[in-house]
Write a protein that binds this ligand. Structure first.
Ligand code: PLP
Length: 441
């Protein structure tokens, strides 16, 4: 650019004009409507209906897609986690290791199962769990690890599984954000003892509402999940329902309409995924060289499925002497003014969520009171810093036709970075205000 164009935040013309049509997610097509209509016409609306095809069909297709023996459709990704903990033998009062950055459900499901989440700091670049910190957090009460593939990037599974084998722990993969992500030639969902997926409308493989899937190689664990989602009942395919419950179960079934919708989406998923990879790669190739912006990436041994794009802001690398947080806030505001929906995802580390800070539980403080010797949570400096100095792009880029919008986003990033002096003075002013508040007490 020869002449700099003025940033929209100081009155210039935004890169994405008002009225720009942002790509929707999910994409709903005739095939999805047909799948719903077909299911309604079948009259078989839950997986307990004799001859029901949609839930069992999705389970078969997802198991094949992921490359594992069994898949079980459940009500949502959170229920999937709770059932998975139960199926691998986590007991009330057990400690379960959870990364300090994830969606709240990764830890809340531990509490629903009456186990105690123990938080572990993360790698500052990926926000996936730090394996050295993980092993250091193991105590005699630890029985399982929640391995979250955050943002769509598989975590260090070989190292995590090695810790688990050494310490006798079970590994539950939380793959809610990682449909089709690959790690050393295998797909997420096959990398631990059991895995959970979400089909929430916001995820890479959506349903028309809420849904989830569990995958495992372990037939006994899979059978237990099938019973647990249906009131813990004993179920034999060829016999009428017994109504006898053996386990403390839930009603956590995936419904047939939502399974049918996801089957239609799964048909197109490989195409969507390929477009997403292409669109995001072309976008990141343009913004990767911008100074002071650390872009998401994948090491050569794994793929990133870009569920969320997180950008870490490093002002010192742009030669700007402001706090990373103020730099992030200023960049985010400048980008938003240009029409880039730059957001934050997870404002605070999980252990700082009010529900976990206050150790909210069930009556008498269970399950926290079952682990009485646990002191307060430690510090999570990597998680805290990563969340303070990064912003995200969510949802809009998932649409397979998001390529043109992402190119406009790249234009906006370039424009903002052409005007870093403006961004720097915004950030400097914010730092000064914060300092004044501090001095003023
Ligand atoms: C979405 C999500 C969940 C929960 O899934 P729901 O289907 O919304 O219950 C769990 N873990 C992670 C990492 C998620 O992103």
């Amino acid at each position: 650019m020869t002449t700099r164009s003025e940033l929209a935040i100081v009155g210039g013309t935004p890169v994405l004009p008002r009225g720009w049509t942002y790509p929707e997610w999910p994409v709903v097509e005739a095939a999805d409507r047909d799948a719903i209509e077909r299911t309604l016409s079948s009259g078989k609306l839950t997986c307990m209906a004799s001859g029901e095809q949609e839930v069992s069909g999705l389970e078969r297709e997802w198991a094949e897609f992921v490359g594992c023996r069994r898949a079980i459709g459940v009500a949502n990704g959170t229920a999937a986690l709770t059932l998975a903990f139960n199926a691998v033998g986590v007991e009330p009062g057990d400690e379960v290791l959870v990364p300090a950055v994830s969606f709240v459900a990764s830890a809340m499901a531990v509490l629903h199962h009456m186990a105690v989440p123990v938080f572990v700091d993360v790698d500052p670049r990926t926000c996936n769990v730090d394996v050295a910190a993980l092993e250091a957090a193991v105590t005699p009460r630890t029985t399982a690890i929640v391995a979250v593939h955050l943002h769509g990037l598989p975590c260090d599974m070989d190292e995590i599984v090695a810790v688990a084998r050494r310490r006798g722990l079970r590994v539950v993969e939380d793959a809610a954000q990682a449909h089709a992500a690959e790690y050393r030639g295998r797909r997420a969902g096959t990398l631990g003892d059991i895995a959970t997926f979400s089909l929430n409308v916001s995820k890479n493989l959506p349903t028309c509402g809420e849904g989830g899937l569990i995958t495992t190689e372990d037939d006994a664990a899979a059978d237990k999940c099938v019973a647990l989602r249906q009131f813990g009942e004993r179920l034999d395919d060829d016999r009428p329902r017994s109504y006898l419950s053996r386990h403390l179960g839930w009603n956590a079934k995936l419904n047939s309409v939502q399974a049918a919708f996801t089957r239609a989406q799964l048909d197109r998923f490989p195409r969507y995924e390929a477009s997403r990879q292409d669109n995001v790669a072309r976008f990141l190739a343009r913004v990767r060289e911008l100074p002071g912006l650390e872009c998401p990436s994948a090491p050569p041994d794994r793929t990133h499925v870009w569920h969320i794009l997180r950008f870490r802001c490093e002002p010192e690398r742009a030669g700007i002497d402001v706090s990373p947080r103020a730099f992030r806030d200023a960049l985010r505001r400048a980008l938003a003014a240009e029409g880039v929906p730059a957001s934050t995802y997870q404002r605070v580390p999980l252990p700082d969520q009010p529900v976990f800070r206050a150790r909210v539980g069930f009556g008498r403080g269970y399950p926290w009171t079952l682990a009485p010797e646990r002191g307060p949570d430690g510090e999570f400096p990597n998680a805290t810093r990563a969340l303070q100095q990064s912003f995200t792009i969510q949802k809009f880029h998932l649409n397979p036709h998001a390529g043109a919008t992402l190119q406009r986003f790249a234009d906006a990033f370039e424009k903002v970075f052409d005007n870093l002096d403006v961004v720097a003075s915004m950030a400097r002013a914010a730092d000064a205000r914060a300092a004044a508040v501090e001095v003023g007490g």
